[in-house]
Design a protein around this ligand. Structure first.
Ligand SMILES: Nc1ncnc2c1ncn2[C@@H]1O[C@H](COP(=O)(O)OP(=O)(O)OP(=O)(O)O)[C@@H](O)[C@H]1O
Ligand SMILES: [Mg+2]
Length: 356
């Protein structure tokens, strides 16, 4: 199995052999502390050295799995922070009344805070409820408050109830000048297949499913996949599962390998090579209102999320605007057909117009 930190380690080793490290007076990599400090530096100054490529279109990714505690929120937050630290404008939408993604990003979500609820049920636009984050100026968050718990019921009587989030995202992005449009919108779903998750599946153009490397990992997944098929057939022809991320991998157990193999056999190339290990720093970070990338940038949890985000970004480069692939049934101006302005230069990456 690919070691998620391998790329980072080999690039650090290259630095060392070119003398970059010793010239700064650092000890060599035999010292775990020096290694970790270097990894941390790499992550925190990432955008200067090694920015991720911009996607060929705005990617609206729904992070879903109706199984609880599999790493949906952790993955949304850490992938979001990684994408932003590496130069891509990212918007995280917390669609879970638990508000865990808001907590992990240090965004206030007490009752009364302008939140995704106001955009779904009320008349607020997303622009009214977007908050900055301390993790990166390129990362913004729409928080969820506990009010959202009532939304499943309140939405039932709302016109076009399944499309509320999609309309809100489209209106928001369309109103922004291209150079401010997010490259990535990540939607963190609650652990259920109710109207909130349905809104997220209608709003997204692709689904990322985190799968925990544990027994029963695949149980219930069939139901999620058939729901996605239903949404594709009736509500959102553009939606598909594009990414599977293996989470909480414990290399000491045979079971983790068995689950990982089973998932790879079943889903093939959809599964990212990077695997997120079980790592205590990942679980500690939200307690400090932080992602693991900012809390402990040199940890294995942090570097593996960076690798997963890099793969995600690299896979996004060749994507064409959705309107150009699907010729029927798509809404007239899908969000993803809109141009993304490149505020940050991405050397060597063809700009969208050139890649068509
Ligand atoms: N790689 C990891 N290593 C250690 N702990 C982790 C890791 N990923 C997630 N956790 C912990 O596992 C718990 C569940 O993770 P998380 O909240 O991301 O799952 P979830 O799918 O969003 O849960 P829910 O279904 O309740 O929304 C959290 O306490 C989190 O800190
Ligand atoms: Mg969650």
């Amino acid at each position: 199995m690919t070691d998620p930190g391998e790329r980072l380690r080999s690039s650090l080793a290259a630095d060392q052999s070119s003398g970059g490290v010793s010239s700064s007076g650092m000890a060599d990599f035999d010292s775990p502390i020096a290694m970790e400090a270097l990894r941390a530096t790499r992550v925190l100054h990432a955008a200067d050295q090694d920015p991720f490529p911009a996607p060929g279109r705005i990617r609206v990714i729904t992070i879903a799995n109706q199984k609880g505690g599999v790493g949906k929120t952790t993955s949304t937050v850490n992938l979001g922070v990684a994408l932003a630290l590496y130069g891509l404008r990212t918007l995280v939408i917390d669609l879970d009344p638990q508000g865990n993604a808001s907590t992990a990003l240090g965004v206030e979500h007490t009752v009364g805070t302008p939140s995704v609820y106001d955009a779904l049920i009320g008349d607020s636009s997303l622009a009214d409820v977007v908050h900055p984050t301390t993790a990166s100026p390129l990362l913004r968050c729409v928080p969820a408050t506990i009010d959202l718990a009532g939304a499943e019921i309140e939405l039932v009587s709302v016109v076009a109830r399944e499309h509320r989030l999609r309309r809100a995202i489209e209106a928001h992005i369309t109103a922004l000048p291209p150079e401010e449009r997010p490259h990535y919108v990540l939607i963190d779903c609650p652990p259920s297949l109710g109207l909130l998750t349905l809104n997220a599946l209608v709003a997204g153009d692709e689904v990322l499913i985190p799968i925990q490397c544990e027994y029963y990992a695949l149980e219930g997944l069939g139901q999620l996949l058939s729901n996605i098929d239903l949404v594709r057939a009736h509500l959102n022809p553009g939606i598909s599962v594009r990414t599977i991320l293996l989470t909480m991998y414990d290399g000491r157990t045979k079971l983790a390998d068995q689950v990982a193999d089973e998932v790879r056999n079943h889903f093939g190339d959809l599964v990212l090579h990077a695997v997120i290990p079980r790592n205590v720093r990942v679980s500690e970070a939200p307690g400090y209102g932080q992602s693991v990338l900012t809390y402990d940038p040199g940890s294995r949890g942090s570097t593996s999320y960076v690798e997963a985000a890099r793969e995600l970004a690299e896979r996004g480069v060749g994507l064409s605007p959705i309107g150009q692939i699907e010729d029927s049934g798509t809404p007239p101006v899908p969000v993803t057909a809109l141009p993304v302005g490149d505020a940050v230069p991405y050397p060597g990456v063809p700009r969208k117009q050139e890649s068509q």
